[in-house]
Design a protein around this ligand. Structure first.
Ligand code: KIV
Length: 272
């Protein structure tokens, strides 16, 4: 309770709603570990997402499907320990909520109890409505995720832009309104036309956070490893890289190896 009610600086779901109402953009990034979470929090990020993209960037899987609830809880609890201000949202992993509201509630409760995070995120609209209702009924804030939903990659067959056609766009708008009506506090809109991102953002009262959703959404999210250039093969149009850490780290490690091999490191000053 005290973290929510006493610390005025802490970002809550209510603060995000106010930000939308005031036209202040929301910044969100992924985090999977304590050290990175601490840096991003100190930099002033509004929301940290413990994304199931950990399956890709931390574990090296091709998709987000293999990551387990236990693994998500491990990542989330590490992130929570590094954060003083940001809202920490955790992805419910594939298989932990779909088509089974009891299981969805159980998974969300485990995340909240065992990690200390502030909210959960799940993918889909009408199909997962019952699960959302159950989780919200337990007082757990829920964020939705529409458009490209990577947990359904084998259904879509491709990672290309979603909802370009009228029918899929109509369903996405309907799902966004439903998520708002159910009580979700925000929605991630992934890889959809900017025009649709704008329309959805205008039609609902809860914040939209885009990743490839155009410049009109209420906020933006990126995978931190992509922004920092730790990953290098992934180059979608929506990605802006702010660093090239892959080559920076490689260069630093190369120098370290050279110094070790040449016995330059440690020097007499660097020993006891
Ligand atoms: O898992 C993740 O990182 C995500 C973002 C891409 C929104 O869901």
């Amino acid at each position: 309770m005290s973290a929510v009610s006493k610390d005025k600086k802490r970002i809550t779901t209510h603060v995000l709603k106010e930000m939308k109402e005031n036209g202040e953009k929301i910044s969100m990034l992924t985090a999977y570990d304590y050290s990175m979470a601490m840096i991003l929090d100190e930099a002033g990020i509004d929301v940290l997402l413990v994304g199931d993209s950990a399956s890709n960037v931390m574990a090296g899987h091709e998709t987000t499907l293999p990551i387990t609830l236990d693994q998500m809880i491990y990542h989330a609890s590490s992130v929570v320990r590094g954060v003083k201000k940001a809202l920490v949202v955790v992805d419910l992993p594939f298989g932990s909520y779909q088509s089974n509201p009891d299981k969805a509630l159980e998974s969300a409760v485990r995340i909240m109890k065992e990690s200390g995070a502030h909210a959960v995120k799940l993918e889909g609209g009408e199909e997962v409505a019952e699960s959302i209702i159950r989780i919200l009924g337990a007082g757990i804030p829920v964020m939705g995720h529409l458009g490209l939903i990577p947990q359904s990659i084998y259904k879509f067959g491709t990672y290309t832009v979603r909802a370009k056609g009228a029918e899929e766009a109509r369903k996405l708008k309907k799902d966004a309104k439903l998520l708002e009506k159910l009580g979700c506090f925000g929605i991630v809109l992934e890889k959809i036309p900017a025009k649709l991102g704008k329309a959805v953002t205008q039609q609902i009262g809860i914040p939209t956070i885009g990743i490839g959703g155009g410049r009109h959404t209420d906020g933006q999210v990126l995978v931190t490893h992509d922004l920092l250039g730790i990953t290098k093969e992934f180059n979608p149009r929506f990605l802006r890289r702010y660093m090239n850490l892959f080559s920076g780290i490689k260069k630093a490690v190369g120098l370290y190896i050279k110094d070790v091999k040449s016995n330059d490191f440690p020097s007499t000053e660097e020993q006891y």
